[in-house]
Design a protein around this ligand. Structure first.
Ligand SMILES: Cc1cc2nc3c(=O)[nH]c(=O)nc-3n(C[C@H](O)[C@H](O)[C@H](O)COP(=O)(O)OP(=O)(O)OC[C@H]3O[C@@H](n4cnc5c(N)ncnc54)[C@H](O)[C@@H]3O)c2cc1C
Length: 485
């Protein structure tokens, strides 16, 4: 058999997504006799747990988004393909992806789908324009622009003698870990970082409101840690509004309805949505073809070995699955992807199937502010500095890339020991480009010109050659600087 034939005969694994499931699944196959193609709609692996620090100016986007090509550069059996997966054909065993209108169909022998989840607005998707969620780098940068922009607009308004309180009101919807972390950081930003930077406004008077329909903050952490977190938030100046359901959001604020029927309007220019998740629509696509059930959040029911019912060659992992009430956390995706990779490898080596997938819970933590966090590991509960130090160690350990760990540590030193933020840059693009793109029917695709016909390229070449010849002639004839006429 020739070398080429040998290469063609290798088992083909396609991995959808470059998040925790996708990247860790691909890496776990590095020693297997397979060729892996990782198809993802971004060129990076995003460390979502630190998105809030990009939004609030502590970290740069590069520090939490390692380029997947660089991460996988040394893994010779893996290749990366940029594209949004738009179709998976379970019978033909192909994955179809698109980027800027260019389509690619990749065949597979085994498939790992790890496309994650997005923000859910509970059927009110129009809220998204006024209250972005926090799932991507685009989200975090837009929020950074909106948050720092609100202080700038307030300064401008104050300098003109206008009222500023609405501009200095920040509302975070959702009191889960993301909402708590975000609200805590905005409060520290307003009260600690920016308080000497402005001349017309007092940033310490900024109002930071954390709203949730639930009766407590951080419900998965239990009542006592939830209470501790709430008290810590209040100490750093966050107003916690519980039992308050958001019923409307517009450009200038939002409306909440309390359990007793009372409604309240909160005027605010910067609103952040951190409530609710919706599994990736690829789950629905797989469910339609396989008959697998979907839960209310669009998560797909999988077998105990993470395979799709009726399709043992297809694994679904991470935030997309509904199995044994597993939480939507990074470790579920990482452990699931490693399990799927091991199963694929074992099958090729003729090994018996593994026992059903079992998630090992390594614990949860949420940061409230500097030196304040809550942590839960099994029955063990802790809050305060110890929890914060544990958070620091765990996040450094899991952040992808050595250089990112070093720079993140430096930036945390600057922000937590000092009071500065290294990444306060904001641009018009951050705030408005996505909205502008959204108004184009085909999005970014509409901005890409059709390929120039060959003759148009040649015309341009002649034009450039003539221009270069004229430049050279002018220099050689000493005609530069000579007055004409
Ligand atoms: C703000 C925030 C904070 C969080 N904090 C924590 C925390 O502190 N601890 C914790 O354990 N968990 C945390 N989580 C949850 C954790 O990040 C997720 O559980 C984890 O990322 C799930 O991994 P996944 O692989 O299923 O999905 P993801 O990591 O979301 O990866 C999905 C991948 O699929 C790609 N993709 C999506 N659709 C397509 C498509 N159609 N075609 C191609 N590619 C596609 C995406 O670009 C991405 O690369 C947090 C999440 C968020 C949003």
């Amino acid at each position: 058999m020739s070398e080429l034939e040998g290469a063609e005969a290798r088992h083909k694994v396609v991995v959808v997504g470059s998040g925790f499931g996708g990247l860790f699944g691909t890496k776990a196959l590095r020693k297997s006799p397979v060729d892996v193609t990782m198809v993802a709609k971004t060129t990076h692996h995003l460390f979502q747990p630190l998105l809030y620090q990009v939004a609030t100016g502590i970290l740069s986007q590069g520090e939490i988004a390692a380029p997947t090509r660089e991460v996988l550069a040394k893994q010779k059996n893996a290749s990366v393909l940029l594209g949004e997966v738009v179709d998976i054909d379970l019978e033909a065993r192909t994955v179809t992806s698109q980027v800027l209108g260019v389509e690619k169909v990749v065949p597979y022998d085994s498939l790992i789908v790890a496309a994650g989840a997005s923000q859910s607005y509970f059927g009110n998707d129009h809220f998204a324009e006024f209250a972005p969620g926090m799932k991507s780098i685009d989200d975090a940068l837009e929020l950074r622009g909106r948050i720092f922009g609100a202080f700038e607009l307030a300064e401008l308004a104050a300098s003109r003698g206008e009222k500023v309180q609405d501009l200095l009101t920040f509302v975070v919807v959702g009191a889960g870990p993301t909402g708590v972390e975000m609200a805590g950081q905005i409060a520290e930003l307003a009260h600690r970082t920016l308080n000497t930077d402005f001349r017309h406004i007092n940033t310490e008077k900024a109002r930071v409101v954390l709203v949730d329909a639930a009766p407590q903050v951080l419900p998965p952490f239990g009542e006592s840690l939830g209470m501790k977190a709430q008290r810590s938030l209040e100490k750093i100046g966050v107003e916690v509004m519980l039992g308050a359901m958001v019923t409307d959001v517009d450009e200038y604020g939002l409306e909440v309805k309390f359990k007793d029927g009372r409604t309240e309007r909160i005027n605010s220019s910067a609103k952040i949505w951190a409530a609710g998740v919706q599994a990736n629509p690829l789950g629905k696509l797989l469910a339609e073809q396989s008959g697998a059930p979907l839960d209310r959040a669009g998560r797909i029911g999988v077998n105990a070995d993470l395979t799709l019912p009726g399709y043992p060659e297809v694994f679904v992992v991470g935030d997309m699955i509904s199995l044994d009430n597993l939480p939507g956390v990074a470790q579920v995706a990482i452990q699931g992807a490693k399990y799927a990779a091991k199963e694929i490898d074992g099958r090729l080596k003729g090994q018996a199937p593994q026992k059903p997938f079992k998630y090992f819970d390594k614990g949860s933590m949420a940061v409230i502010g500097r030196f304040r966090a809550v942590m839960m590991v099994g029955r063990f509960r802790v809050s305060g500095v110890i929890a914060w130090l544990s958070w620091l160690a765990v996040h450094l350990m899991y952040l992808t890339g050595f250089k990112n760990r070093v720079t993140a540590l430096l930036r945390w030193f600057v922000s937590f020991v000092g009071r500065d933020r290294s990444e306060r840059t904001m641009t018009e693009q951050q705030v408005f480009a996505r909205r502008a793109l959204g108004r184009l029917e085909g999005g970014a695709k509409d901005l890409v010109s059709l390929r120039r016909p060959e003759d148009a390229v040649e015309d341009r070449r002649h034009e450039l050659e003539a221009q270069a010849a004229e430049e050279a002639r002018l220099t050689d004839a000493h005609e530069r600087g000579v007055r004409v006429g």
